[in-house]
Design a protein around this ligand. Structure first.
Ligand SMILES: Cc1cc2nc3c(=O)[nH]c(=O)nc-3n(C[C@H](O)[C@H](O)[C@H](O)COP(=O)(O)O)c2cc1C
Length: 196
């Protein structure tokens, strides 16, 4: 797929098939993330690529339990409020049961941690689209970056003590086969051209 086309047709996929994409495809997505730019070329973004179903299930349970203990009101950020409300039903799975979850982390206290991670995440989403894979940015582990139980578990699977979770990407085949590529109308993101 041509580069601009891959950018303009990228959409979030939340209904995923359980089929694990072949390793070569996953690696191509990860390489796209690793080749994103970074402030001062720091290359400090860490990608934890989880394809183990037991680990994903355990993480989903920890996330569910963490949100179930929280309370939300009308001042709570809408997406966080949805996670808190849904977790109280007991059926909430934060990563939509995607067969691959790429947890993105960066150095604690590094000023470009979020910017570098976002560049990597966007590169991976575009690459996934170009490879006919669906993907979706998943923010729950970032919200729970300081939750003791979630953090302790992530430490056991490779998150370093000096790192914090900045985001995550659910990756897999869309349940519909190809990812949805119908663009959303742009009502925001204003542009001001300053003409001479
Ligand atoms: C910083 C950021 C955080 C996001 N967090 C989540 C999330 O936790 N769960 C989710 O389903 N989608 C998440 N999304 C996806 C957005 O909801 C999605 O990009 C937006 O609704 C536009 O839809 P599109 O990606 O299909 O163009 C996130 C996107 C960004 C950029």
């Amino acid at each position: 797929m041509e580069a601009l086309q891959a950018i303009l047709s990228r959409r979030s996929t939340r209904a995923m098939s359980s089929q694990l994409p072949e390793r070569k495809l996953i690696e191509q997505v990860i390489e796209a993330g690793r080749f994103a730019p970074s402030g001062s070329n720091s290359q400090a973004t860490h990608f934890l690529v989880i394809t183990n179903g037991e680990i994903l299930n355990h993480l989903a349970e920890l996330v569910r339990e963490a949100f179930a203990k929280m309370e939300a009101d009308e001042n709570t950020y809408v997406s966080l409020r949805k996670s808190i409300t849904a977790s109280k039903t007991g059926k909430y799975v934060f990563h939509y049961n995607a067969p691959v979850l790429i947890v993105v982390a960066n150095k604690k206290g590094y000023g470009n941690a979020m910017a570098d991670s976002a560049c990597a995440l966007e590169n991976m989403m575009i690459a996934a689209n170009a490879l006919d894979l669906g993907s979706c940015w998943i923010n729950q582990l970032h919200w729970l970056a300081d939750n003791d139980r979630v953090r302790a578990y992530l430490n056991t699977i490779g998150l370093e003590e000096n790192e914090t979770v900045t985001g995550a990407l659910a990756l897999g085949y869309s349940a519909d086969g190809l990812p949805c590529r119908t663009p959303l109308e742009r009502k925001g993101n204003p542009v001001t051209y300053i003409c001479p």
